[in-house]
Every structure is written in structure tokens, then in C-alpha cells.
Design a protein around this ligand. Structure first.
Ligand code: ASP
Length: 457
């Protein structure tokens, strides 16, 4: 049965089993320090397999973004269109983030979370310094593209790739061979994504088993008000607000969208990283939703870096919660500052695990809330990070679909085909004919028949 099941089904089962096993380890006390489970499974085998899986995704991010974006720029056909798509995407990303945080502030105030609560401070919170905004903007142009790639500086990589793409277009016809080669390299990297996605059920299983075994759900009960409003706002934003925006702005089927989104969101949930999820997101929007690579190759990595609706929601909820606990009244101007700061903070920080807290300290400092208050929500943050990351990538994909549809850069036949992009699986077998033909290329090479041909003339 397992063999014949579709990948999404497998991943969903793996997710559920992983969470159940992790919770069992946690509640049965089996995950206690020094025990077999803790030493050899959660901090042993699971940790190693989980790391290998996340690394294998991260491994593809930089090459994929670089090559697919160069191809995207070459394929866009009209350079002005690139500017238009960029501007449009940027504004919709910012707008949805602002709506997200406003929702969180609204719901948080409505339920008065944290009012009258008396929680003892558990730990001191040392705020890590966020990158100064001025650096974020000035580093968009990398002084060294190789080091930008080595560090995974997404905005710099995007800038460099666009510049390369434009320059290739300027070279024109003679660059045709180069463009074809890049397209091929892009296909090769996407095949690597396919291979890794087929390992996802195992990766997702261990990541979730470890997370749940380590974290459990106990802390959630002690902060129930905060968690409930935050989770409610996340669900409301993605399933209601974003789906209305998607429907109104694109007319696309919501059901199809949500079904095709599932895999991406499980990846985001298990890895807590929009960045590490980029390969899967990019593959899904192009192969499963029919978005043209010329749009997706830009909007997806851009979104993973600057668009974080889920994180913004956490910041809005946390602001209300901490302000209420400390009995600090925030005025309308301060709420506006929170919205503005959160939007700016989401531009300035990358989509990696836990970065939301760093951004939160930036927001708190700005409106005069005690930064050490963050210690109160620290314990539950790891688990909420998983959920908000799923909402973050959900926003990236929705906006990508909207922009692609509005620019006529979407193949609706692919979008509406439930099977699209699911057939391609890697089961360890490669077409023997392809293998033979490609190995001949190397045997013959230039020193082989072609070389002889050339010499004969
Ligand atoms: N983990 C989130 C992401 O990668 C960012 C955060 O909220 O910490 O999108």
C-alpha cells in the first residue's frame, strides 16, 4: 500500500506518525536526559537524519535560485515586464503583511490576551541584534557575489542573478547556447529536488518526532490565551483573508490551491525555514501550479526573504500580550509603529528558524515595550515557529499565483490538473536508454566520432 500511495499522502502520514511518536516519547518520560531514547534516538539517529534532510534541501537553495532566476530573466521576454512584476509583487507582499499584523492586533485586543495574568519571569532574554536596516539595503548589491552565495544572502543573490540575466539578454543571439545550457542546469537541479522530495516522508517523520519529543505541548497550556489567539490569527489570515485575496485578485480555484499547497506547507512546518523550503516551493508553483519560471524564480526567493505574514502575526499578538501583562497601554500611534516596524523587519531578515524573535525585539524597542518580556513567550516559540513558517510560505505562493495570473504567466491547464507534477517520482531507476545514450556522449566525446568527423573535413 505504502508503495502505491502518492507522495503527499506519504508525507502526511509521516507527519502524523512523527508527531504522535514524539509526543509519546515526551509524555511517557522516555525522552529523559541520559535515557536510551534521548541519547540514541532523539539526539542520535533522528537528529542526524533530520540534519541530513534539511541540509539536502538547503544545499539546493543557492544554485537553484541563482540559475532559475537567470533563466527567468532571460525567459521573461521584456525587461520592462520584470520591473512591473517586481514592483507589483513587492506591494502585494507588503500589503498582505500589514493586513496580517493588523488582524493579529485586532484579535489580540478583542480577546484582551494577557490581561490580569501574572506569570513569573522564567528566564532573561538577551535580544540578539538584528541586522541594521541600512546594511540590509546597502548589501543588496554584493561586493563579492561568491561570498554572498556562500552566506546565502538572498537579496544579493537575487540582484546578481537579475544583472547576469539582463546582461545575457544584451549579448543577444550569440548567448543562445549559454541560455540553453542554463535551462538544462535548471532542469537538473529540479530533478535533484525531486529526488530529495521522495525522501521527505522519512525526513519529515524524524524532524517532527524529535521536535515533539523535545518540546511536548505542556508549555502551550500555560500560555493558552496567547497561543490560541496566535494560532487563530494564523489560520484566519491564511484560510480566510489570503484565500479571499487570491479569489478576488486571480479568480483561481481555492480548493486546487490548498490541495497543491499541502506538501510545501508540511515542508515549511517541519523545517521552520522558508529559505530551506524554497526548492520545494519553486518546484510546486512551476510544475504543479503552472506558474511560469520567469515569475516564480523571482517571487519565491524574494518572498521567502521579505514576506512573512505568519511572523508578522506573531509580532502583533506578542505585542498585545506583553503590553497587557506589563499593564502598558499602547495608543493608536504605537500600533501603527508596530505595523510599520513589523513590515520593515520582515524585509530586513531572512526566512530562517527563530528569526521572528529577533525581529520582535526590534519592534519592542521601537514602541517602548520591555524586551525581556520576550522571555515569557520563548518556551512556546519553537513550536509556533513551525506554524507561522507554513503561513509565511503560503503567502509567498498565493501572491506568486496572483501576480503570475495577472501577467498571463500561468498555465491554467497545469493549475487545474490535479495530477500535474505528481507523476515524476524517483524510484532509483533511470531509463536505460537514456543512460546508454548519455554514456556514449562521454565515450565519443570530442575525441571520439565527432572529433574524427571534424578532422576528416
Ligand atoms: N521561521 C520563519 C521563516 O523561516 C521566520 C520566523 O518567524 O522566525 O519564515
Amino acid at each position: 500500500m505504502w508503495k502505491n500511495m502518492g507522495l503527499t499522502g506519504k508525507i502526511m502520514i509521516a507527519m502524523t506518525l512523527g508527531m504522535l511518536l514524539g509526543l509519546f516519547f515526551n509524555y511517557s518520560g522516555l525522552n529523559g536526559a541520559g535515557g536510551f531514547v534521548n541519547t540514541y534516538l532523539t539526539n542520535g539517529l533522528f537528529e542526524i537524519i533530520g540534519k541530513l534532510f534539511v541540509n539536502s534541501l538547503k544545499m539546493l537553495v543557492v544554485p537553484l535560485v541563482l540559475i532559475s532566476l537567470i533563466c527567468g530573466v532571460c525567459g521573461i521576454g521584456d525587461i520592462r515586464l520584470l520591473g512591473r512584476i517586481g514592483t507589483k509583487t513587492f506591494f502585494i507582499y507588503m500589503m498582505t503583511t500589514a493586513i496580517a499584523i493588523a488582524t493579529a492586533i485586532g484579535l489580540g485586543s478583542l480577546f484582551g490576551i494577557g490581561k490580569g495574568m501574572n506569570i513569573p519571569m522564567k528566564a532573561d532574554f538577551e535580544a540578539k541584534a538584528p541586522p541594521p536596516l541600512i546594511d540590509v539595503f546597502s548589501n543588496i548589491i554584493p561586493s563579492n557575489p561568491i561570498s554572498a552565495m556562500a552566506n546565502g544572502d538572498m537579496l544579493s543573490i537575487i540582484f546578481f542573478a537579475i544583472l547576469v540575466g539582463i546582461s545575457i539578454l544584451m549579448v543577444g543571439k550569440p548567448a543562445k547556447g549559454l541560455v540553453q545550457s542554463l535551462e538544462l542546469i535548471n532542469e537538473v537541479i529540479l530533478k535533484m529536488v525531486t529526488i530529495i522530495m521522495n525522501l521527505a516522508p522519512y525526513g519529515v517523520f524524524v524532524l517532527l518526532a524529535k521536535a515533539m519529543a523535545d518540546l511536548g505541548l505542556d508549555l502551550i497550556w500555560s500560555l493558552l490565551g496567547y497561543v490560541a489567539v496566535l494560532v487563530g490569527s494564523l489560520f484566519f489570515h491564511f484560510f480566510v483573508t489570503m484565500m479571499i485575496i487570491l479569489k478576488v485578485m486571480s479568480g483561481l480555484s481555492i480548493k486546487t490551491f490548498l490541495t497543491k499547497m499541502r506538501e510545501v506547507q508540511i515542508f515549511a512546518f517541519s523545517t521552520s525555514s522558508s529559505n530551506a523550503t524554497i526548492p520545494v516551493t519553486l518546484r510546486t508553483v512551476t510544475k504543479r501550479m503552472g506558474v511560469n519560471n520567469s515569475v516564480a524564480s523571482f517571487t519565491i526567493p524574494f518572498g521567502a526573504t521579505i514576506n512573512m505574514d505568519g511572523t508578522a502575526i506573531m509580532q502583533g499578538t506578542a505585542t498585545i500580550f506583553i503590553a497587557n501583562i506589563y499593564g502598558i497601554d499602547l495608543g493608536p500611534m504605537q500600533y501603527l509603529t508596530v505595523i510599520l516596524m513589523s513590515v520593515l523587519a520582515s524585509v530586513g531578515t531572512a526566512g530562517v528558524p527563530g528569526v521572528g524573535l529577533i525581529m520582535l525585539s526590534m519592534v519592542f524597542a521601537q514602541v517602548g515595550l520591555p524586551v525581556e518580556g520576550i522571555a515569557l513567550i520563548l518556551g512556546v516559540d519553537r513550536i509556533l515557529d513551525m506554524l507561522r513558517t507554513a503561513v509565511n510560505v503560503g503567502g509567498d505562493v498565493a501572491v506568486t499565483a496572483i501576480v503570475a495570473k495577472s501577467e498571463g504567466k500561468m498555465d491554467l491547464a497545469i493549475y487545474n490538473d490535479p495530477e500535474a507534477g505528481t507523476k515524476e517520482v524517483f524510484d532509483g531507476h533511470i531509463n536505460p536508454e537514456d543512460e546508454r545514450e548519455l554514456s556514449n556522449v562521454f565515450e565519443d566525446g570530442l575525441m571520439g566520432s565527432e572529433y574524427d568527423d571534424i578532422n576528416k573535413h
